[in-house]
Design a protein. Sequence first.
Length: 224
Amino acid sequence: MYNWMEVVVQQAIQHGNTDVTGKHDGYFSKINNNRYDPTKDLSLLSVKEWGNCTQGWAFTKRQLEAINQNLIEHIDAENFQMASNDPDLRPAKRAGVKMITYHALADPGIAPQNSIEYYHKSCDIIGSDEIDDFHRLFLVPGQDHCIAASGVAGSANPPIPTVEELLDLLVNWVEENKAPDHIIAHSVDNTVTRPICKYPRLAKYKGREDVNKASRYNCEGSFY
């Protein structure tokens, strides 16, 4: 049961999730906007395999404990190859590895602060100048969880930049020693281009001319 204050707060939180035109755009737009009313729109949260928010069943405490234990066991078993919580990248540096990390700033599931914090912890261990030789972080404005980009992805919602574009950057870095300072992102219809700057720099508009051209932006300043 929701009271009116909870509804108002939830709507206020989601109110700003729009593109530059004020439109609610993206994969999660049905939920993440100020029109969402949790007292009426529970169907939006429906998950076919697990029922929905109006189901009367609930796990027992014993079942939850068993599920938690099972989860812990699986994490322990897979942690060595799946974990991303060890910021000590010195072995990777010694091995000659090159890394490009990107994170969507509009990801509603995994906060971009996780990648930012990981990057800073790595810098603390290795040093900012040295880590820049093999690991670079890019934050993608308006992108959802690995898909879309607000206002420019169209109905197909592909990731922008694409996986292929990121791979090309990595190949050029490894084979041609061309380290990426920025990524040029293209809208689906190619009418909008924008630089995605190497962290911590930001894309700053030069003023005048077409705001939809990447050439009208400089990577400068600092994200923090």
